[in-house]
Ligand binder design. Sequence first.
Ligand SMILES: Cc1cc2nc3c(=O)[nH]c(=O)nc-3n(C[C@H](O)[C@H](O)[C@H](O)COP(=O)(O)OP(=O)(O)OC[C@H]3O[C@@H](n4cnc5c(N)ncnc54)[C@H](O)[C@@H]3O)c2cc1C
Length: 401
Amino acid sequence: MAIDHDILISGGGVAGLTAAALFGTAGFSVLLCDPTPPVTSGDDEAADLRTTALLQPARDLLEESGLWSRLAPHAAPLQVMRIVDAGGEIAEPRVSREFDASEITSGPFGWNLPNWLLRREMVARLSELDTVTFRPGIATTTLLTREREAIVGLDDGTRVRCRLVIAADGRTSPMREAAGISVSTRRYGQKALAFAVTHPPPHDNVSTEVHRTGGPFTLVPLPDRDGMPCSAVVWMEDGVEALRLATLPVPAFESAMMERSCGLFGPLTLATRRTLWPIITQVAERMSGERLALIAEAAHVVPPIGAQGLNMSLGDLRALRDLAVARPEGLGDRQMMETYHRSRHPEVKLRAAGIDALNRASQLSARPLRDLRAAGLSALYGAAPVRRMLMQMGLGARDAS
Ligand SMILES: Cc1cc2nc3c(=O)[nH]c(=O)nc-3n(C[C@H](O)[C@H](O)[C@H](O)COP(=O)(O)OP(=O)(O)OC[C@H]3O[C@@H](n4cnc5c(N)ncnc54)[C@H](O)[C@@H]3O)c2cc1C
C-alpha cells in the first residue's frame, strides 16, 4: 500500500514544531499531531512562560527552517554570561566571573525568546508550507513498524503509513514507550520556578546565574516590558521550598527574590504568573528504533542549566535532517536509524552527565562544599584558555581547541 506521508511527527512542542518546519522546508511531506493545541499568547492561563535561550548554532538551523526571520525581531541578544557564587554566610556575591561573547565569536552567545512566542511564529510558518499537515487536537496512540514502513494509530481511529516516525512527544513519550525503549532517570527532589520580572537598571544583555544553595537563580535578558527592563527568571530550589515560594503572596515573594538575587538588579517586580517544573536528568537507552527517531525530551531531559535542553534537541534535528537529505531514498531505513543513534547518543550522554554534575554542585548546602565550589569557580574561570574552551562548549562547538 502507498504511504500517506514521508514523516509523521508525534508531538508539537517547540521541538516538534521546529522539526515540522525543517523537514517541510526540505521538501518532505510531514504530518504533525499533538493532542494539545499550541497556546500562542502570553496572556493565556495555559501559556508556557518558560523562555528559551537559543545558542548561536541554533540560528542556522532556524534559518534553514524559514523561522529565523520571524523570530529575530522578538529576540533579546545574550552578550555576556555572568556567574556569581553567593554561598557565604550572608546572601552577597563572593566570586563573580563574566564571559563576553566577543572573546570567542563576532556575535552574541545566543538569543532569548518566550516559548509561547516561539510556538506562535512556528505555527504561522507551518501554515505557509504545503508540505506540512498540522493536526492539533489529535494524539498518536499505537505504533507498528516493519522493515519498509511504520503504521501509526491516531485517537480519531485513523491509521497513518509513513517511512519515518519522529517522536517529539516529551519526557513520557508514548511513541518511545510503544517501541519499548527504556530510559534511565535521575531525580533531585528539586523544582524550577519560571517567571518574568522587571527591574530598574537595564540588563545590558547580561545573563546572570547566582549560586547559593538549592540550585541556581538565573536571570536571562528579555526585551523591555511596559517600558521597563525585563528578564526571565529560572529559580531552582528543593521541591518543598519551591512549592512554598510558588504560593507566597507577591510582596513576600518579591522580597525573597531580592535576597536570592543579592540585589544585583535592585528590587525585582513579578511581571507574570509563576510556573513550576520538576527537574530530572533522563536519557533514553537508544536514540532510535525500527523506523523511529527520538528527539528532544523524548530522548533526553536535563536540568535548565546552560541553556542545553532545546539546543541539544536542535542538534538531534540537524543530524536527522542531514542524513535524510544525503540519502532521501533511505529515509527511516535501518542504516539511517543506526547512524542517527551512533552520531547522537555519545554526545547526549556526555552533555547530560556534565549538566548533572553542575546541578549537583549548585544544590550543595554544606558550607565547606560551598566554599570549595567558590574556590573552584574562581580558579577555573580565571585562566583565559579554559574560559574560552568552556564558552565554546556552551555554544555546542565540537572542537573546543
Ligand atoms: C524552567 C525551564 C527552562 C528551560 N530553559 C531552556 C533554555 O533556556 N534553553 C534550552 O535550550 N532549553 C531550555 N529548557 C528545556 C526546553 O524547554 C525543553 O527542552 C523543550 O521545551 C522541550 O521540548 P519538547 O518539545 O521535547 O517537549 P514538550 O514541550 O513537553 O512537548 C511534547 C509535546 O508532545 C505532546 N504529546 C504528548 N503525548 C502525545 C501523543 N500521544 N501524541 C502526540 N503528541 C503528544 C504534548 O502535548 C506536547 O505538546 C528549559 C526547561 C525548563 C523546565
